[in-house]
Design a binder for this molecule. Sequence first.
Ligand code: HEM
Length: 435
Amino acid sequence: MVICVIPRKVSLLEPWAGQFLKQGPDFMKNQRLRYGSFFKSHILGCPTIVSMDAELNRYILMSESKGLVAGYPQSMLDILGTCNIAAVHGPSHKLMRGSLLSLISPAMMKDHLLPKIDEFMRSYLCGWDELETVDIQEKTKHMAFLSSLLQIAETLKKPEVEEYRTEFFKLVVGTLSVPIDLPGTNYRYGVQARNNIDRLLTELMKERRESGETFTDMLGYLMKKEDNKYLLTDKEIRDQVVTILYSGYETVSTTSMMALKYLHDHPKALEELRREHLAIRDRKRPNEPLNLDDIKSMKFTRAVIFETSRLATIVNGVLRKTTHDLELNGYLIPKGWRIYVYTREINYDTSLYDDPMIFNPWRWMEKSLESKSYFLLFGGGARLCPGKELGISEVSIFIHYFVTGYKWEEKRGENLVVFPRVSAPKGYHVKVSPY
Ligand code: HEM
């Protein structure tokens, strides 16, 4: 029988989380040099196995049915709801995932989502050249939030959108906090914000039911009783809505911000990308919206998005937990332990990517890179990001209207950090002028 062999020195290293944050990405690299790519830590305040090996990571992601289920922190689960996709597994996960996939299928994208996203981005990006300074970080965050909210409920009026926005930002901070339910804690604010969003959604659903009208936005499809393979309860619908808002928020906004940053720093890549977008405009009538074929034709833009996601490591890794004692990589891992499927190092592995620290979108023009087993930018297995194409389309449409409408210069002294989360601590300020 295998036994749980945990390098003892590692468990004596304290405090893990502090070192992790202080030393930045080098901490994990150093741990790997000392202990290999599979070791125990206390990084999340509970016994956690860190796995950094590309092949093993893929295996873990493919092994949900063997007892390696999603293992996100308590504050996240409390605030996102007990029915949210990351909190459930087995048949409940199938139901929530099936429901979500049906909302963002290629047909839904073509007929409903892309026209809405196009219209939104076009008006959202209007008039930026009249501003003295544009904070790209702030703008991309609002863009990601508003774009999903309008896909969910296109009938919302401006004051209602503002209400959702205020609550949503508190909710996000709450999910990343320590779950201490005391007055004044971010956790308490997050829980309250979630309750307020539930109240807003409950009222909206009641109004819609009473109106007897049909709606062709995501909420409309979630509430539909006829021809709906995935009938959800009201609580499940609310959790699904919050999940959609939450999952596409930081991923889409940060990818958009970092793509603009890398394009700014690499004029050749910007030139090629702009050529792709101007060619699309050339073959369309003025103001004609982008459609699915246009998005599919944006090969270089897709490459820029993948390269941005890789080089900035928008997602450091994903979390799993064991449902029972199980053997992994020759070790017995006890029930309830967390597994941090750390994918960051894969992005900079010289045996997988030539010159991995260089921004080189052309490496992705060879399609096969996206289908490699170590391509985990969007996760893998049963929890492979269902919003991948939706997210890529949102970023692509944002980039389209930005680069065809504007050129831009950075203000002096802009500072962007990529660890532990990609962000611009003081904002990312640029001056925009018409292109
Ligand atoms: C560029 C943008 C995006 C990136 C980089 C990204 C990345 C990821 C990753 C790495 C996972 C795997 C999580 C895990 O295994 O636990 C994931 C899952 C997920 N993503 Fe995305 N995502 C993006 C956009 C979106 C969007 C726009 C949506 C909106 C629908 C979305 C919805 C989800 C959901 C619901 C899951 C959980 C799936 C499940 O547990 O079955 N994502 N995403």
